[in-house]
Design a binder for this molecule. Structure first.
Ligand SMILES: CCCCCCCC(=O)SCCNC(=O)CCNC(=O)[C@H](O)C(C)(C)COP(=O)(O)OP(=O)(O)OC[C@H]1O[C@@H](n2cnc3c(N)ncnc32)[C@H](O)[C@@H]1OP(=O)(O)O
Length: 153
C-alpha cells in the first residue's frame, strides 16, 4: 500500500522522522484508514529509555512526522487531489504537544491520527500512540505549510 511519505517530493524526503532518503531515520509510513491516519512502527532496542520501554523523544518524533504527513494528506483530500499532483503540499511543525499517559513498551506501536482543524495554511492534528489496545501517549500538532523561504539563509 502506498504511504503518504512515498509521495513526498524528493527535495523534502530527507527528514529524520519520515524521509525515505534518510537511511539513519525512522522512515515512517502513514496511510488512511477511513478518516483516520495510521502509522505502525516497532522501536529498536537502541530506542530504550528505561529497559523495556521506549524513549519519549522517539514517541514525540513519531507523533510529529505522523501528523505532518497527515496534514499534507488531509489538504490533498480536501482539494480532491492526488498526492502526486502539483503544486505539492509540504508541512512543517509549528507546535508539538505530547502527553505521556503510560510507559510505552518496546513492541509494535500504532499511531492513529485525526484532523481537528484545517484553516488556511494550518492543519491541527490529534494523534494517539497505542501499544496493543493501550493508549500510551497523545499528541497535538499544529502543522503549517512550509514557507517558500524555508531552509534559505
Ligand atoms: C516537508 C516534509 C518534511 C516533514 C517535516 C517533519 C516535521 C519537522 O520536523 S519540521 C522542522 C521543525 N519545524 C520548523 O523548523 C518550523 C519553524 N517555524 C517556521 O518555519 C514558521 O514559524 C512556521 C512555518 C511554523 C509558521 O510560519 P508563519 O508564516 O509564521 O505562519 P503564520 O502565517 O504566522 O501562521 C499560520 C497559522 O499557524 C499558526 N501557528 C504558527 N506557528 C504556531 C505555533 N508555534 N503554535 C501554534 N500555532 C501556530 C498561526 O497561529 C496561524 O494560525 P491562524 O491562521 O489560525 O491564525
Amino acid at each position: 500500500m502506498d504511504a503518504f511519505q512515498d509521495h513526498y517530493p524528493e527535495n523534502v524526503s530527507h527528514c529524520y522522522g519520515c524521509g525515505s532518503k534518510n537511511k539513519h531515520g525512522h522512515q515512517i509510513k502513514t496511510h488512511w484508514e477511513g478518516d483516520e491516519t495510521v502509522t505502525r512502527f516497532t522501536p529498536e532496542p537502541y530506542h530504550t529509555s528505561v529497559p523495556g520501554f521506549a524513549y519519549g523523544g522517539l514517541i514525540a518524533s513519531l507523533i510529529d512526522c505522523h501528523s505532518t504527513g497527515t496534514a499534507a494528506a488531509a489538504m490533498y483530500r480536501q482539494e480532491g487531489r492526488d498526492m502526486d499532483s502539483l503544486p505539492a503540499f509540504r508541512f512543517v511543525t509549528g507546535s508539538l504537544h505530547v502527553d505521556f499517559l503510560k510507559p510505552t513498551p518496546l513492541g509494535e506501536l500504532t499511531l492513529r491520527g485525526t484532523v481537528k482543524e484545517i484553516k488556511g495554511r494550518k492543519v491541527v492534528v490529534e494523534c494517539t500512540v497505542f501499544a496493543g489496545d493501550v493508549a500510551t501517549a497523545r499528541g497535538e500538532v499544529v502543522a503549517v505549510q512550509m514557507p517558500e523561504s524555508f531552509g534559505q539563509s
